[in-house]
Design a protein around this ligand. Structure first.
Ligand code: AMP
Ligand code: MN
Ligand code: MN
Length: 326
């Protein structure tokens, strides 16, 4: 941490990036790091390749997040947040490789330790927990805007303190953020309380797609581009749908297959090579980070994911044959 602090103080022009299809922690950690660099009077570009899910647009300074960056030569430092590997930021990885110093701040157990400096703690419940510790170490006061980000990152990554990473620090840090003025009711209203009619229709289609393995231990939900089109929703509206099938009784692994938009889509028959993102969630008995890593992805023991080129029939077959080993 000392080396990173030293480097941050000496940096001038910093790029912040987090993973594509960002969750609450990916967005909150970008904003929180942005506040830290503001305090140090650094020039900062806050980047994410994907649109910000509507429920996180209330976060103070969310409008600072841009979807395009300058060439890598423009920045002296990149800080990559909440990413197990650099490719997770998407196409900007090429530019980041040109930036002289890359700092990797993350809590994924599968982190590849990319970059020149790392601040990785897989026991942290969220990347914003790591940033909270960085603020403390640097003795930088946490203002209300920043407290809102730190709180929301932890709230999102612990599934509102329901997941196995909801530990003592999660509560302690959030209590401190509430003492600084964060209103849990207000945050919850934004994060959980608002959805469009289209999103409700998407939930209906998602639930209709659910299949359970013969042994009853694996649940599978499938979301296609057609469903998004039919309901007028966006990929970011899918956030959280996997929780419906994770909580079915006796389920050990929940799997969400998400058909990705790709250039070939219009001309390729549906049964041929199509890109999918696969999300995995597990109960305490299965380590899905290892499974995701075996498919070239990564994540946490209870929440992981990977991307794959396949067709939906083969992919489901592979997933259900895996279920038999549970
Ligand atoms: P998701 O599948 O998007 O719900 O993500 C679950 C967890 O796994 C998150 O912590 C992600 O950052 C991580 N994850 C998802 N996809 C990948 C991937 N392709 N490579 C590495 N980590 C991933
Ligand atoms: Mn994340
Ligand atoms: Mn995270």
């Amino acid at each position: 941490m000392d080396q990173i602090i030293h480097h941050l103080k000496n940096s001038n022009n910093v790029l912040l990036a987090s993973h594509i299809n960002p969750d609450g922690d990916a967005i909150a950690s970008l904003l929180s790091m942005g506040f830290l660099l503001d305090t140090l009077n650094k020039q900062t570009t806050i980047y994410n390749q994907s649109p910000i899910p509507s429920m996180y647009r209330f976060l103070p300074s969310a409008q600072r997040i841009v979807r395009n960056i300058n060439s890598g030569n423009y920045y002296d430092t990149a800080i990559i947040l909440d990413c197990g590997d650099l490719q997770r930021i998407g196409k900007a990885a090429v530019e980041v490789n040109r930036i002289p110093v890359v700092i990797n701040i993350d809590h994924h157990v599968t982190n590849t330790r990319f970059g020149d400096f790392q601040l990785i703690d897989d026991s942290a419940c969220a990347t914003t927990e790591i940033l909270y510790r960085l603020f403390k170490e640097m003795a930088i006061p946490i203002n209300l805007n920043n407290a809102t980000s730190i709180y929301t990152g932890i709230l999102a990554d612990t599934g509102s303190f329901r997941f196995s990473n909801a530990n003592r620090s999660a509560f302690e840090i959030c209590a401190e953020m509430v003492a600084l003025g964060v209103d849990p009711y207000d945050v919850a209203k934004h994060v959980y309380g608002t959805y469009s009619f289209g999103q409700l229709k998407l939930i209906k289609l998602a639930i209709e797609s659910v299949e359970i393995s013969q042994n009853g231990k694996l649940s599978l939900m499938t979301l296609t581009q057609g469903m998004l089109h039919e309901t007028g929703t966006q990929p970011e509206d899918i956030n959280g749908l996997i929780n419906y099938i994770k909580n079915i009784e006796n389920i050990k692994i929940a799997v969400l297959i998400q058909e990705q938009m790709n250039g070939k889509q219009k001309t390729t028959p549906p049964q041929q090579g199509q890109r999918f993102h696969v999300s995995l969630r597990s109960d305490k008995t299965v380590d899905v980070a290892t499974i995701a890593a075996s498919f070239g992805g990564g994540g946490h023991p209870r929440a992981a994911g990977f991307s794959i080129e396949s067709n939906v029939i083969d992919l489901k077959k592979r997933i259900f044959s895996f279920a038999e080993t549970l």
